[in-house]
Write a protein that binds this ligand. Structure first.
Ligand SMILES: [Zn+2]
Length: 267
């Protein structure tokens, strides 16, 4: 599940593969960029903002318009970037899912099933990510600002509010479910009734940060398959704390997992 930590890791993979490199070719397989050719462009850096990926580029000197550009992408549920050595088979996903390939002398970056793929002047990045709340994995992570933003909609359920990237950027469904379990909060609790919002966002940040640098997402401390979460993906299995069957229900546009005993409904 691509959440903030996965996107952060992906940005690092792209940075290691391409930062400083001059592109020797590009192959866009999306209609809006079908005629775009980044040959001769230089990759400055790769960064993430919440769940958005920002590949920052310098155009060649003779390019009309801005000197610095950003290739934006979003992984949503199923997107991925992979870096390959030149000549290595692109084996991560089926070829029909490829949306772009960027070639340099030492590496090829291939983007699969990317969403919101767009090339825009770096000066205009804010039009894509300016609405986001504080980034849990950003250098400028600001828990007080995240709490302030959450508190502006006290009637929203905490389950939906944690997923709203305008409040804080980086939490997806897995971390939402796990944070709420660890805090003993029902996903249906109104934000205004959450006793310690600061503790909740701080825990979310700690869980994401703990999984930075690895692809297995664990909130339990275990990296063994089947024991990496408390409630997420565990419908009908016994709660690790109390043995009650974990439940799964729709909440807003997503499903949520929770333990009805450890996370009692709001009164
Ligand atoms: Zn329980």
């Amino acid at each position: 599940m691509p959440e903030g930590d996965t996107v952060w890791n992906t940005a690092r993979v792209l940075h290691r593969a391409l930062a400083g490199a001059r592109l020797t070719g590009s192959d866009f397989r999306v209609p809006q960029l079908a005629t775009t050719d980044l040959t001769g462009w230089t990759v400055r850096e790769s960064a993430s903002r919440g769940k958005h990926l920002l590949l920052r580029l310098a155009a060649p000197a003779d390019h009309p318009g801005a000197a610095h550009w950003t290739l934006h992408s979003h992984l949503r549920m199923d997107g991925a970037w992979r870096a390959y050595a030149p000549g290595e088979r692109w084996s991560a996903r089926p070829a029909h899912l490829i949306r772009v390939a960027l070639r340099a002398a030492d590496a090829v970056a291939v983007g699969y099933h990317l969403h919101e793929l767009a090339l825009l002047p770096t000066a205009q990045e804010e039009t894509l990510v300016g609405h986001l709340g504080p980034d849990l994995l950003g250098d400028d992570w600001d828990p007080a600002e995240a709490v302030r933003r959450l508190a502006t909609h006290p009637d929203a359920t905490i389950g939906e509010a944690l997923l709203d990237q305008r409040n804080l950027a980086g939490v997806g469904n897995l971390y939402k479910c796990e944070v709420l379990f660890l805090r003993g909060l029902s996903p249906w609790t109104p934000v205004g009734a959450v006793p310690d919002l600061a503790g909740t966002v701080t825990l979310a940040q700690k869980l994401l940060a703990a999984n930075r640098g690895r692809w297995t997402q664990s909130t339990t401390g275990s990296l063994h398959r089947g024991s990496t979460s408390y409630v997420y993906g565990r419908r009908a299995q016994p709660c690790r704390r109390c043995g009650t069957a974990i439940r799964k229900e729709e909440l807003g546009e997503r499903v949520t997992y929770w333990c009805p005993r450890c996370q009692p409904a709001p009164t």
